[in-house]
Design a binder for this molecule. Sequence first.
Ligand code: C2E
Ligand code: CA
Ligand code: CA
Length: 838
Amino acid sequence: MHNTKLKNILQYNDAGVVALESSVEYAIQVMSSDEISSVIVIDESKKPMGIFTEYDVLKVIAQNIALDISIKEVMTKNVVTISQNKYLHDAYVFLVESGHRHLIVVDEDEKYIGIVSEGDFLRFISLDYLGKMELVEEVMDKTPLIVEASSKIREVAKLMSEQHLDYAIVVQGRKPLGVVDERTITSYISKHVEHNGTPIKELISEKVHFIDKTLYLQEAAKILTEHGVRQLVVLNKEEKIVGLLRRFDVLKAINGSYFEFLVETIEKKSQILEQLITQHKQLEQVDAELQAAEELAHVGSWTWDIIKDQFHGSKESLKIFGLAEDATIDTERLFKATHPDDRKYFLKKIIQAMKSGEYDVTYRIIVDGEVKWIAGSANFFQDDTGKYIQAQGMLQDITVQKMYELELEKLANYDSLTGLTNRIYLLAHLKKLIQRNKRNQNNAAILLLDIDHFRDINDSFGHNVGDELLLQIAKRISNRVRQEDLVCRMSADEFVLVLERLHNKEDVAQVAQEMIEMLSEPFNLSNNIEVHVGVSIGITLIAQDYKDENELLQFADTALFQAKNEGRNCYRFYSDKLTASIQERIRYQNEIFHALQNNEFELYYQPQVRIGSDRIIGMEALIRWNHPQKGLINPDVFIPIAEESSLIAQIGQWTLQEACRQGKIWQDKGYDFHISVNVSMNQLHYHDIVAVVDHALNKSSFKADSLILELTESAMMMQEEKLLTILHTLRSKGIGIAIDDFGTGYSSYSYLKKFPVDILKIDKSFIDDIPYKKDAEAIVKAIIAMSEILEYQILAEGVEYPEQKEFLDANGCHYYQGYLKSKPLPAKEFEKLLFKNM
Ligand code: C2E
Ligand code: CA
Ligand code: CA
């Protein structure tokens, strides 16, 4: 973290950003659809000009302001920004000290780049700082306060205060009974004036849990969380108490220096509070008992005269609320200090207390703009008629503790061995993803990875080796995925990847395949242990299968089961059909790639004939694949698959070169003709077709004016300007342009007119219907008539019968191509046709 800068963890995205001109209504819409609590307002140069929060929304509504006014009228104008070049460490200190929950990050030009929250820091920092495995005995409090069950409360309180401890372990003889904390003691003292004789054992508040001192901290942490307790009593082999392990000790140790840093920062923040407390301690003892209680735990006490609605608060309680000593308080005032999000909850508690006679509540208040966590408890007293007339209670500022707790919650989202997110985090993440997906479709996938036979490795080499292996696996997986993808450790040997923003299903399969390959590389562990593992992967796509997060994981699990059943070290999609078709396509793409290397492609040639003279004037080059196992494969099968990847560019390049090479040989033999070569949409749109053609012509010395490129109507549906440039460049070299499959697209007469085109090829489907269908005849006649106006030459495709040829001849079509003359033929056989043609 010490050398990571803010910019390393940020990506510019305009989520949560609105323009200065936006209306308040729009901002509210953005906030609710993106589920964020504030938006940043930026000007045209992306400079942050203000911030608009949920609180501002309340203000707007309260003041009855029209929602269509500009956001700049109501936003908070002084925004606190921080440069992206700040180190994470410094930025975090700034965040905590300034009391903000987010920082707006800007670049050198003050332009908005993004926003970082406390959570972001945690994510990036905690991984850096992840501590090594430690034992309980290394971090526990080795000198806990142990008191006899019969000790008097007052004595125990005094000991705790002297030793600055907040817990005491209560024992009977040598047998531990439980733990008492300072809150319980103070609460008891404040309610019972006569307590001098009470033995401490009556106050044991928490059921005590024991652990062995040689336990790993991670295990201890689990026990703490599972039982919801704050401390564990540590025993040695002889079952003697040797220490106390508090939640805080565990946190601090597991997260090593990061947590220390965090605590330091938080402590700095609470220093002022501490000062107040010390001052308070020095004050004269007004009410000795109360004072003792308050001192011990920084607790304030109060009474409330319900009939008169009058409060009397102790000094400490006034301080907690940020009030002067002589301030008068009433219900309204107190309620207003309550955090807006907690008001309903607080009210409910009071209403309940009116029935049960007491309450216990943890809630937030806002004092001078700062949020404080308060723990309070109270008793309500009735008069003879059963009416509540008075309440007495106490309250304590537990902000610091609460922050630890919140930290713990956050840390509970990470797996302590690998530092990856855990199942809890994953479920929350998926839930959000599903909600977001319902609004804007975003292809996402869940990959459930299960390490094959991990248990065997664990059993034969031991847990340490197993852990080391898991760490390396986690590292390999994390290195492969993108930053926005989520990697999670689900259970011992199961990992989950959540991939977002996928282009297509093949992308997911590709990642899965790479994972399998990557994890099949041997792992080198310490002590020269080399292990090989395999991985089975179950995949579910979120956009199509989504229901809820548990169900999604269930789907992935079903798919995983299949993958394991079908021999492991493979992946399966939740749906069989999907798996099969995607796998086939990917296999095909690989095969095509190898076919290119192994020269498995061949060009066949089909004659193009002048109808009147029946002479061959040219030929179309049509690709064939001589598959070593499957035999001859037609292009309809593999061209569409190649078109989904960059393979089509390589195929196109090969075809052009091969056609020109063969064409040159025939030209040298004295034949006169043109060659038509098919160009796919992909080649036209994404690859420099002009350069590819130039290269093929130069390499072969084939004459440019003997080359015709066939483009489909749909391929021509692209940016006009760009297409025009390409076509004019090609034309200027003498290359001819033909529109393939004409009639199947939707090009209008006026659209086509704009482009330099030489030949129009009427699609086979129209010719098929001649002479049986009048419609088809009418269309073909119309196309021929149109071509005459546009001065195109016209060629009919797929002519199989003499009647078709006659119809075309009678209606002014000049050329045809089809089985009637010849099927496409390999070069050698085609040459015989050419020879006859001379
Ligand atoms: P296309 O460009 O429309 O090619 C004409 C197709 O019709 C060829 O099929 C040809 O064999 C077939 N054909 C020609 N006359 C007749 C006939 O009288 N009856 C029947 N039933 N069929 C006839 P092929 O060779 O299987 O090619 C299919 C498609 O594959 C082509 O359609 C073209 O779009 C594509 N293709 C072929 N070679 C290449 C190539 O080198 N590059 C690219 N990008 N696409 C190619
Ligand atoms: Ca064609
Ligand atoms: Ca065609």
